[in-house]
Design a protein around this ligand. Structure first.
Ligand code: FAD
Ligand code: MG
Length: 563
């Protein structure tokens, strides 16, 4: 039988490696690509993220148009929209990608019920993750592996993730044309930001959509061209560039990337991956082919493939952990009596902590929607176990609103990590809000860009402007306490206090802490040790492994007064 199908785009906003859409096209005589803007569900998303989503939809519509189809965009609840459309278009099949988030699994149940009522066939595939995470859980005996090492071990048993499927072509749509509707724009057009009542003052640094995702991927993995036998056609300088890129990819070591470079020092693919503008399997297998050509390449956890596997890890754990994005009722998360301090939270959120390194990062987040992984470390540690002792859930919500790559599983997983509530146990390492950034950007170029109020401070003081003598502040045109705030806490005092608390909590809740702790004699250890060591060195550079000892050092105290 050939179907009249609605393909519902939720994430997966792409035409490459889209197995669900491909199968839907193959089994249909008419196919309507639909996207539902669930404005109420998503009212916590910020304007930057909305702009990214709308641009991604526009790109998808353009690409569909090139194949003779259109995107049908509607507003409302997905169920209500589908209920109406299946009747209007006499639909016999609904297809969409499987997702692990509770919002989508609830939606799945509703769509299933609707389909049963109307005798409609359902077709779903997994394509937002490398594996069907249920397979990983099954291979691990019915529960998710709770440490990355164990996770990698399970994957080594499962073998490589499936290869991406072929790209969708105009021919696929020829078989299932949808009648052009002269009224399409009015009924199904993509709203503008203004239509949604939103404004974004900043320029577009991260244009949404599959086209940009593939371009960005290509820029990073240009060596792929080299592997396709085009080497001979490439003039030598370009060839050198390819080799350099290939080296960059093969030798990528996350801890060695710089958090405060003015352009992203990692791939910057996360916004595209989070909406599915880029297939994570395409990315993974492109990396594999580069690795296959290099004699030795970096390994998980620090390699590029290792980064994608972190994502997979958090998706796997999130898929079955109750209350994954909350502390209460979350079995893997330490129960901590975090401080309720809306005023302090607001200072952190609005870049008014008085620590330039923290405030610059929070400004970049608010203005641009993307910050480096280690910058995320810095502000997350500061908010939670490092300085303010405010719940990771609060920080996660701010990230959810402001990040272009905001992702249910990855965001919560990393916030638990950074707050040492789960996964991470070396809680004695607290990042110093002064030294962390200074290590890779001693002149504070990054601070001067995002906090122009400080731009005239001499490098010596830019990370601790409160220490600058009055005349220096005056000639920099920025008086601390008037033009820029004093540091909101004394880092040395609060971090010591918090560390003692955290130590006590980890001791008292050993059983919970143990659940997500890596076992030291894990057979994976041997291969990982060298890379892990590198990670530790970096963190040490940012803030010593012996933080506690150093914090207690009198000289240190004297040299770093809070005001
Ligand atoms: P690359 O280093 O180039 O990595 C490639 C891809 O691997 C990324 O695009 C991403 O999909 C994945 N990846 C990288 N690091 C991680 C990680 N630690 N955990 C899981 N997946 C990873 N990432 C998000 O995509 N969405 C979030 O909401 C998010 N919230 C975070 C919150 C905190 C507190 C922290 C510390 C990290 C968070 N991250 C999140 C993870 C990470 O910081 C970003 O994925 C990464 O910085 C994106 O930049 P990139 O694409 O250049 O990464
Ligand atoms: Mg899809």
């Amino acid at each position: 039988m050939t179907h009249r199908t609605i393909h519902l785009f939720r994430k997966g906003l792409r035409l490459h490696d889209n197995p669900t859409l491909l199968a839907a096209l193959e089994s249909s005589s008419a196919l309507y690509p639909v996207y539902v803007l669930e404005m109420e569900e998503a009212n916590h998303l910020g304007a930057l993220r909305w702009r990214f989503i709308l641009q991604s939809l526009e790109d998808l519509d353009r690409r569909l148009r090139a194949l003779g189809s259109r995107l049908y965009v509607l507003r409302g609840s997905t169920l209500a929209v589908l209920r109406e459309l299946v009747t209007r278009w006499a639909v016999t099949q609904i297809s969409y990608d499987t997702e692990v988030e509770p919002h989508y699994t609830r939606m799945d149940l509703e769509i299933r019920t609707l389909a049963q009522e109307r005798g409609i066939k359902m077709h779903t595939c997994v394509s937002h993750t490398l594996y069907d995470v249920r397979r990983i859980i099954k291979a691990n005996g019915g529960s998710p592996p709770l440490t990355y090492k164990k996770f990698l071990h399970v994957l080594s048993v499962l073998g490589e993730p499936e290869k991406p499927v072929r790209e969708i072509t105009a021919e696929d749509f020829l078989r299932c044309p949808t009648p052009p509707d002269p009224d399409h724009e009015r009924q199904f057009g993509i709203p503008s930001l203004e239509d949604l009542g939103l404004q974004v003052p900043s320029e577009v640094l991260w244009p949404g959509g599959e086209t940009h995702a593939l371009k960005r991927l290509q820029q990073h993995l240009q060596s792929e061209v080299h592997t396709q036998g085009l080497t001979f056609l490439i003039i030598s300088t370009t060839f050198m560039t390819y080799r350099l890129h290939q080296g960059w990819v093969a030798n990528f070591s996350k801890p060695r990337t710089v958090p405060n470079s003015l352009l992203p020092s990692t791939t910057g693919l996360s916004p595209y991956i989070s909406l599915g503008c880029l297939s994570v399997r395409t990315f993974y297998h492109r990396l594999s082919s580069i690795y296959a050509q290099s004699r030795n390449h970096s390994l998980p956890p620090v390699s590029l493939q290792g980064q994608v596997l972190w994502r997979e890890f958090f998706y796997t754990v999130a898929s079955t952990t109750p209350n994954f994005i909350r502390m209460q009722g979350n079995p893997i998360c330490l129960q901590i009596d975090w401080k309720h301090d809306p005023e302090a939270l607001e200072k952190w959120r609005t870049a008014q902590t008085g620590f330039p390194w923290i405030d610059a990062i929070m400004t970049q987040l608010r203005e641009e929607g993307w910050i480096h992984h280690l910058a995320r470390h810095a502000v997350a540690c500061f908010l939670t176990r490092g300085d303010l002792w405010i719940s990771w859930e609060e920080g996660m919500k701010v990230f959810e609103e402001q990040l272009l790559d905001a992702d249910y599983s990855v965001n919560a997983g990393n916030w638990m990590w950074l707050s040492a509530s789960a996964f991470f146990h070396k809680y004695t390492r607290i990042f110093c809000p002064v030294r962390f950034g200074r290590r890779t950007d001693p002149d504070g170029q990054y601070l001067r860009k995002y906090l122009p109020v400080l731009k005239n401070f001499p490098s010596q003081y830019i990370y601790e402007p409160w220490k600058a003598p009055e005349d220096v502040q005056l000639s920099a045109g920025c008086v601390i306490g008037k033009d820029y705030p004093h540091p909101m806490v004394c880092h040395l005092e609060v971090s010591q206090k918090n560390l003692a608390l955290m130590r006590q909590i980890h001791a008292e809740q050993q059983n919970t802490a143990q659940l997500t702790r890596d076992v030291s004699d894990d057979p994976m250890e041997a291969g990982l040790k060298r890379e892990l060591q590198e990670e530790e060195e970096l963190i040490e550079g940012a803030e010593s492994n012996d933080t506690f000892k150093r914090l207690n050092n009198e000289v240190d105290h004297q040299s770093r007064p809070c005001r």
